[in-house]
Design a protein around this ligand. Structure first.
Ligand code: HEM
Ligand code: HEM
Length: 245
């Protein structure tokens, strides 16, 4: 194989990756390290709503993005996954210019779990009971997949002496020149940054700590972020109702 590094990841894919990493790290840390009565706790849901927009935009990009960002380029069947995983242990796993079958399954699982976490989170915030366990189980499953993803990246880096993390920053990976993409799609990158910034500013500005409510931009829906169906919050807990956790 021609080992020169070629441009394979467009700019929106890279921005999506690091925005997703940062907001998930922040949201999960707040949710797991603070109590649900803590004044910081609602921010885990606000960050979760930012993650939700990132996921929606990544889904769109999976259809209109450049070749290695498209879902069609990394939808592998279970046989391809089995062959790839066996190949890791026998050192015969094929190299892929885009996502390999292992990372492809991890990526799809992360997107699906993020979708499930958002839906259960929003439903709890609108008063639906009995979803907290599902919300938490999906969170722990997501963290498990993220750990496997990062371990996979580290294993690849050591085994092939190839810094693929740098690839998610400068967009390049060692592969045939024919696999390279022609453009980093700067206009779409700008649009992505603008949309996510507007959405984030809208959410943070609408949040009222006294009522623990935030308004979803564009939809105008008001959500009691971060505590499931409790009544009055004003820094102190006025009415302590037993809820279904
Ligand atoms: C919260 C943590 C993380 C999440 C949720 C996450 C998620 C993802 C997703 C969704 C993709 C697919 C990108 C796309 O096609 O849109 C991806 C790819 C990638 N990520 Fe992460 N990531 C995380 C942390 C990291 C870290 C810490 C590193 C570096 C050590 C890393 C390195 C990479 C690399 C190198 C790829 C490309 C893999 C390939 O060649 O198939 N990720 N990640
Ligand atoms: C990836 C993003 C998210 C993660 C990692 C996450 C994680 C968690 C975790 C671990 C808990 C349990 C905390 C505890 O009681 O100890 C929790 C609770 C909760 N989350 Fe999330 N969450 C996310 C997104 C959201 C979103 C988007 C919403 C709503 C808009 C939301 C609403 C809630 C609510 C209402 C609770 C229940 C709090 C209570 O006990 O009353 N979450 N979340």
């Amino acid at each position: 194989m021609n080992a020169t590094r070629q441009l394979v990841w467009d700019l929106p894919t890279r921005i999506f990756h690091w925005a997703l990493t940062a907001s998930l790290a922040a949201s999960a840390s707040i949710a797991l390290l603070t109590h649900d009565r803590d004044s910081l706790f609602p921010y885990h849901a606000i960050l979760g709503l930012i993650l939700a927009l990132l996921v929606v935009l990544r889904l769109v990009w999976g259809f209109i993005g450049t070749r290695h960002a498209r879902f069609g380029s990394f939808l592998f069947g279970p046989v391809a996954l089995g062959t790839y995983l066996r190949g890791i242990f026998t050192n015969t796993a094929a190299r892929h210019p885009g996502h390999n079958p292992g990372s492809a399954y991890a990526i799809l699982a992360m997107l699906l779990l993020l979708g499930g976490i958002t839906i259960t989170g929003v439903l709890m915030s609108t008063g639906t009971r009995g979803l907290k366990d599902a919300h938490e189980v999906m969170t722990y499953s997501l963290l498990g997949v993220v750990a496997a993803h990062v371990l996979g990246v580290i294993a690849h880096t050591i085994r092939h002496r190839e810094n693929i993390t740098l690839g998610m920053i400068d967009g390049k990976k060692a592969c045939e020149p024919a696999e390279a993409i022609a453009s980093v799609r700067p206009a779409f990158a700008l649009l992505l940054v603008a949309l996510v910034s507007l959405w984030s500013v809208g959410l943070f500005k609408s949040y009222d700590p006294a009522t623990r409510k935030a308004t979803i931009p564009l939809l105008g829906t008001s959500l009691k972020v971060g505590d499931a169906g409790k009544q009055g919050w004003n820094g102190e807990h006025r009415e302590r109702r037993r809820h279904d956790d």
